[in-house]
Design a protein around this ligand. Structure first.
Ligand code: CA
Ligand code: CA
Ligand code: CA
Length: 233
């Protein structure tokens, strides 16, 4: 009897241990994957909304920059010196160009916002492009640009200021100046979330180009609604 009882007690004890083990193993297993898998997955899937990738380190996740219309690759989208996170109007800069010189050192020959072509004459993706000629006898450097993009339907305007480091024009030289995100020489970055790329309405683009010590030059062009590739603008 006592042996049977002992065996019974042992078997009950072991069974209860096993049951308890199973009982605790089940939650442990469900919490283990939850700890090893779920939370990781949850963390990575919640990251884009909680913090998410922030390519330019301005404190605004890339996904939020898209919603805000700000540049995920530029901490100061409008170039006014204020970080996107603290800028009350991060897509609109006041024009800081205060040049007083009236000497015309260069001219803008043409402005394009669509129907662009590459160097071989083949079609190139739509982008803002200026063709500029140095009309003087002095090499020009220290260019900067201020451009506005206005939605002609909603009348909303985005305004950007940029210095153009590396862009220069020798006396008499003609060059194209591009605003896109190819990173090629004489190509300067543009906000991929700007009206230019996201707004299907007709847009008005106004550009002021400036070289230090010379009169700013301006050019304007309309970009067709819905990105229609019509006309020769
Ligand atoms: Ca950012
Ligand atoms: Ca940014
Ligand atoms: Ca800013």
């Amino acid at each position: 009897m006592s042996q049977k009882l002992i065996i019974l007690f042992i078997s009950v004890f072991l069974s209860s241990l096993l049951l308890a083990g199973c009982g605790s193993a089940t939650p442990a297993q469900s919490s283990q994957p939850a700890a090893n898998g779920q939370p990781t997955a949850a963390a990575s899937s919640s990251q884009p909304t909680a913090s998410g990738p922030d390519a330019d380190g301005d404190g605004i996740p890339d996904s939020a920059e898209k919603l805000l219309g700000t540049d995920p690759n530029n901490a100061d989208t409008d170039g006014d010196g204020q970080n996107d996170l603290v800028d009350k109007n991060p897509t609109f800069a006041d024009n800081p160009i205060t040049e007083t010189s009236t000497q015309a050192g260069f001219k803008i020959n043409s402005i394009l916002v669509e129907n662009n072509v590459d160097a071989t004459g083949g079609g190139a993706p739509d982008h803002l492009e200026l063709q500029v000629t140095n009309t003087g006898a002095t090499d020009l450097t220290n260019f900067d640009v201020y451009y506005t993009i206005t939605d002609l339907t909603t009348k909303g305007t985005q305004a950007t200021y940029r210095t153009l480091p590396g862009f220069s024009l020798k006396a008499g030289e003609t060059k194209a100046l591009h605003f896109d995100n190819t990173g090629a020489p004489d190509h300067f970055s543009i906000n991929p979330n700007s009206f230019y790329y996201t707004d299907p309405n007709q847009l008005q683009v106004d550009v002021m180009l400036h070289a230090a010590g010379f009169a700013p030059q301006t050019a304007s062009i309309k970009k067709d609604a819905s990105d229609a590739e019509t006309g020769t603008d």
